[in-house]
Ligand binder design. Structure first.
Ligand code: AHR
Length: 636
């Protein structure tokens, strides 16, 4: 083969200058990457990169689910009504208590009772909510709110206001005029003017005369993604959209299972009006409102054009509780079948009709259902039987569905096995060839949870290097690794909100940021071809990783390179089976492995794009120390 030499001039400021080209590689080795652009080594799974989610680290309540009121259903403990406080202005006098005798629905049987014995126009009394460690309030914005209420004190007006924590001044005020003697829902709108942005704000509900007022389900939403009612935070949705995810695995994770069987994710209690959702305890030690319910997960899929990967509860909960296969398990299997019907059934099926009544007549498409979560931890050994029972029942009704087992099972061949890996970067570096020799005739692989756990609350650049190396291995093997999702995805960085270190995207009430690992995901998800091309990396020393895919339609190669050493590295790319005409370089690098992004410094490590001037078939490419790069090569 005749190789023409061409020069590559990358304009990225992060690239080392050309004198680095002359430097020796560690160990004196030269890296040569030979790419046979026209030789297909494997097909890339069209669903390779996706998202995994569960209620952990305040992922939904205090996170993606945009509700601003924390504890909107007035849960209490020895310390009082959590996140709610009494307000007594001037000479006002009042008290609050939880009334267990009255509530607006079967699901919400209790309420908060405000007894205002002394209150006036200048001295209102009421309650305040401090939000999820603050309430982010922006200028010129409308906030939609509602509450359920009743009173025994005639027709009672309630003033609702957003108040600045520091000045005590209202930044938005409205009045709900007509609270009556029966439980009713009252909606309100709070509009801000030209105020500064701040998350040091709270919500107040006040009365201006002596009265008794019962309240339940106090809710307040900012504008949401695509303006959905009961919707999601815009900044977090945009960050996820930038990852180009193809699927969403939900609702867990341990959150699916619960500590006890009674605490599992019971999908039927998470649909319909909020007033019918009791919420439930999560294994991550806080109570879930279930405002993010089954339909909200599906809407999230629809909004980001992701396939749902639905995990159904399969009869095992974390405190070593399990349901025996056989008759005991039957109701759980039926529940899963009904859940699938809720997702996929037309509006003339029983559960499809419920979904339509909940606001989504069109069925969702569904290809994969996962049976349980991490059932290798079930020490009773019941998973073989439980999986088989679910498998047979689901296949009988939905033969086209592909069923994922959470661990290898005996007696039946699952369509897909879900592998989980939480590791240090070093372990991923050593195991990048993990799937190279996997039996191609066995079940497909879903790497449903994985992450390099270095850095807290979000991973540092060393972790991103481990992640990127591992992704090159999954990508090269994506004929067998059909899906992969990093976990956990989200973390509210308030220390009392976090249960798990090293989460992809961090946020508080107002702001959010992507970790270096997040940007590695963005790069890998954004530049992915439909086939893996035959490529061979030789030399270059340790901790150099690569994967090459091709977008056949666009005639582009995506060369992913990871240099996990502290020295620059030169890779000679030799191309045959296609000639390069132009290119682009996307580069993510950091001066050391500890460098990271934070809520206050969110952009220390972000990808830099530059032109890659290529022509012909050889490219001398120099990578900076500690770098993750994508070379997009446009072929003639
Ligand atoms: O991602 C955090 C937890 O790790 C998941 O809930 C569980 O499936 C795994 O053990």
């Amino acid at each position: 083969m005749h190789l023409k030499t061409f020069s590559a001039i990358a304009f990225a400021a992060s690239l080392l200058s050309l004198h680095a080209l002359a430097q020796e590689q560690p160990g004196g080795q030269r890296a040569v990457l030979t790419i046979h652009a026209d030789k297909v080594a494997a097909k890339v799974s069209p669903m390779l990169y996706g998202l995994m989610t569960e209620e952990i680290n305040r992922s939904y309540d205090g996170g993606l689910y945009a509700e601003m009121v924390q504890n909107r259903t007035f849960r209490s403990d020895w310390s009082g009504v959590l996140h709610w406080y009494l307000v007594e202005n001037g000479s006002a006098n009042a008290r609050i208590l939880i009334d267990r005798q009255t509530g607006p629905s079967e699901a919400l049987k209790t309420s908060l009772r405000l007894d205002a014995t002394n209150a006036g126009e200048q001295s209102p009394a009421g309650i305040l909510n401090d939000g999820y460690w603050g309430m982010a309030v922006r200028p010129n914005t409308s906030y939609r709110g509602s509450f359920y209420a009743k009173t025994d004190s005639g027709t009672l007006p309630v003033t609702v206001r957003l108040v600045d924590d520091d000045s005590g001044k209202a930044v938005a005020t409205t009045t709900v005029a007509n609270i009556g003697s029966s439980w009713a829902e009252h909606a309100f709108l709070l509009k801000t003017g030209a105020i500064p942005v701040s998350q040091h704000r709270h919500l107040e509900l006040l009365v201006s005369r002596p009265a008794v007022l019962w309240l339940q389900l106090v809710s307040l939403f900012p504008p949401t993604y695509r303006d959905r009612a009961n919707g999601d935070r815009v900044d977090l949705m945009e960050k996820m959209a930038a990852m180009h995810p193809t699927f969403l695995r939900f609702p867990g994770g341990n959150y699916l299972e619960g500590d006890h069987i009674a605490d599992r994710f019971e999908w039927k209690k998470t649909i319909g009006p909020m007033i019918d959702r009791p919420g439930h305890p999560s294994p991550w030690r806080y109570y879930s409102t279930d405002g993010m319910g089954l339909l909200e997960f599906l809407n999230w899929c629809e909004d980001l054009k992701m396939q749902p990967v639905l995990a159904v509860y399969a009869g095992y909960s974390l405190a070593q509780e399990h349901v025996n296969p056989g008759p005991d398990l039957e109701s759980y299997v039926s529940d899963a079948l009904e859940e699938i019907e809720y997702v996929t059934g037309s509006a003339d099926t029983k559960w499809g009709a419920v979904r339509a009544a909940n606001g989504h007549p069109k069925p969702f498409s569904l290809q994969y259902v996962e049976i349980g979560n991490e059932d290798q931890f079930d020490r009773s050994g019941s998973y073989d039987g439980r999986y088989a029972q679910f498998y047979r029942a689901i296949k009988a009704k939905y033969p086209a569905l592909e069923l994922i087992a959470t661990t290898p099972v005996k007696g039946i061949r699952p369509d897909v096995i879900d592998d989980h890996y939480y590791r240090r970067a070093k372990e991923f570096f050593q195991d990048v060839n993990h799937y190279d020799k996997t039996d191609r005739t066995g079940p497909k692989i879903f790497v449903g949870e994985w992450a390099t756990r270095e850095g807290s609350p979000t991973p540092n650049f060393g972790a991103a290097l481990g992640d990127a190396a591992w992704m090159t291995g999954m990508e090269r093997n994506s004929d067998i690794v059909i899906m992969a999702s990093y976990a956990p995805l989200l973390v509210n960085i308030n220390p009392v909100a976090t249960q798990w270190e090293s989460d992809l995207i961090g946020y508080d009430a107002l702001r959010s940021y992507g970790s270096p690992s997040y940007y590695a995901q963005v790069m890998f998800g954004s530049y992915l071809g439909d086939v893996v091309v035959d490529a061979n990396l030789e030399g270059g020393g340790p901790k150099l990783f690569c994967a090459v895919t091709r977008n056949t339609q666009k005639k582009q190669l995506y060369v992913k390179l990871v240099n996990a050493l502290s020295t620059p590295r030169t890779v000679d790319l030799q191309l045959d089976g296609g000639a390069a005409v132009s290119g682009k370089l996307v580069s993510l690098s950091a001066p050391d492995t500890q460098t990271t992004n934070t809520i206050d410094q969110p952009t220390r490590v972000i990808p830099a794009e530059s032109a890659l001037r290529v022509a012909g078939s050889t490219l001398h490419h120099t990578m900076p120390p500690f770098s993750i790069q994508v070379l997009q090569i446009d072929l003639r």
